[in-house]
Design a protein around this ligand. Sequence first.
Ligand SMILES: [Zn+2]
Length: 125
Amino acid sequence: MIAKNKNPSHPSRAASAARMRERWADPEWRAKMSAAQRKRWEDPEFRARATAHLPGNNHRGNAPVKGTCVYCGRPGTERDHDVPTQRGGTNDPSNIVIACSSCNASKGNLTGAEYRELLRLKELR
Ligand SMILES: [Zn+2]
């Protein structure tokens, strides 16, 4: 889980992401990588996840998150793609937002903008 960083040998997620970015920029470190590691790191999506500065990020990019739902303002615990992957959205951190499970479920295959519009129309009813 996030926000439990009591073990001092375990760096915070943000520091860890920063270190991953530094490593990737360091040609010596890259030269020392195993072939398997290199293959993973050459995948832009993996790199985006590994170096993302998201709350609760781990190197797989799928840790539970804790934040505020960008759509309704209630506590959010899920990652949501602003533009769904099925519609061309990527796993780049710029496309990831925090949502509550309720919004995430009802948003379905809509983009964030479309879902906000839907919420607005519901309010007008
Ligand atoms: Zn919500």
